[in-house]
Design a protein around this ligand. Sequence first.
Ligand code: 5GP
Ligand code: ZN
Length: 112
Amino acid sequence: MEDKNCVFCRILRGEIPAQKVYEDDKMLVFKDIEPKAKIHLLAICKDHFKLLSDMDESRAELVKYMLGKIPLIAAANGCENGYRLIINQGGDAGQTVFHLHIHILGGEPLPW
Ligand code: 5GP
Ligand code: ZN
């Protein structure tokens, strides 16, 4: 279910522009507006759900699908030498957008 005010649902609806690098019927990958590394992409699922704890079996399949696609997408977008995936969950992790997303960071050696 889409959420009217969710910023990532708005990107999915084309209401907010984004620099898209990959899209299919289940997911979208675009450049983070405030990159924390030389390459910083966000992979989002087209289904709106907030947290890993909202996951059911079909959403788990969706996350598995995204993880399966990410290696090729990352390699095709400047992360040939490796990358880091991050899923922030909740306040302590600094999550700001409550639509499940996977950060893809790379393009340079990353500090731990
Ligand atoms: P979180 O902290 O929730 O895991 O990460 C949300 C990410 O979304 C942040 O890195 C932030 O820069 C990015 N972001 C927030 N709003 C927009 C937007 O409108 N466009 C793009 N491309 N990225 C956004
Ligand atoms: Zn959303």
